[in-house]
Design a protein around this ligand. Structure first.
Ligand code: 5GP
Length: 189
């Protein structure tokens, strides 16, 4: 997605060699019109698939997933990173956070996913695929099905991309980065 690549080139900053900081438009401040374009692109790609629900993880997956859910007219569920005291029965798993280097509990209430669900998972970044594997675990616990994966920024040089492809999932990555080096961002076209 050219518009997204432009934003990344103009406003993205490389941190610690392999982390891309995009706080200007995704991870802290959010650009709503860009998010709308992202949502439309995702919705357009997945529109003919049998999908009845969108799933993401808080926090930064919510904005793009919401725009996509709006366009596809589907409910959006976001996995939480801690177990609220108000939650009854839930599916949970543990996910290693790539940027914060800690383990988070990821939880979804049982009432929001079940074995009839055909799910599109959306997230802001794909790095080593830990978040995806956590979601995959929760979806398996629920007996639901993953129909597709939509990623905003896919760092294809890390292992998550290959994992998702090898599992046979339909993956759409809107910006694919093949290299982050010496302050330079190289896209895979
Ligand atoms: P993974 O679980 O695939 O290893 O990493 C994906 C998650 O880590 C994303 O949900 C995102 O929150 C975070 N993440 C991974 N790489 C980056 C990055 O380069 N920049 C930012 N801002 N977040 C990242």
């Amino acid at each position: 997605m050219k518009l997204l690549e432009e934003y990344i080139k103009n406003e993205g900053k490389i941190i610690n060699g392999n982390i891309l900081k995009v706080d200007q438009f995704i991870n802290h401040q959010i650009n709503p019109s860009l998010m709308m374009e992202i949502g439309l692109e995702l919705a357009n790609y997945f529109k003919d698939k049998e999908i009845n629900k969108i799933l993401t993880i808080e926090t930064s997956g919510i904005a793009p997933a919401l725009m996509c859910a709006l366009k596809m007219d589907l409910p959006l569920v976001f996995a939480k990173k801690s177990i609220p005291s108000t939650m009854n029965e839930s599916y949970h798993t543990k996910v290693k956070s790539f940027t914060k280097n800690k383990i988070n509990d990821i939880v979804v209430a049982k009432e929001f996913i079940n074995k009839e669900d055909k799910i599109l998972f959306i997230d802001d970044f794909l790095a080593n695929g830990e978040a995806f594997k956590g979601i995959e675990d929760i979806i398996n616990q629920a007996g639901a099905q993953i129909m597709g994966v939509g990623i905003i920024i896919d760092k294809t040089f890390q292992s998550g991309h290959e994992y998702i492809i090898n599992q046979g999932y339909d993956l759409l990555s809107l910006a694919k980065i093949r290299k982050l080096e010496d302050g330079d961002i190289e896209f895979l076209s």
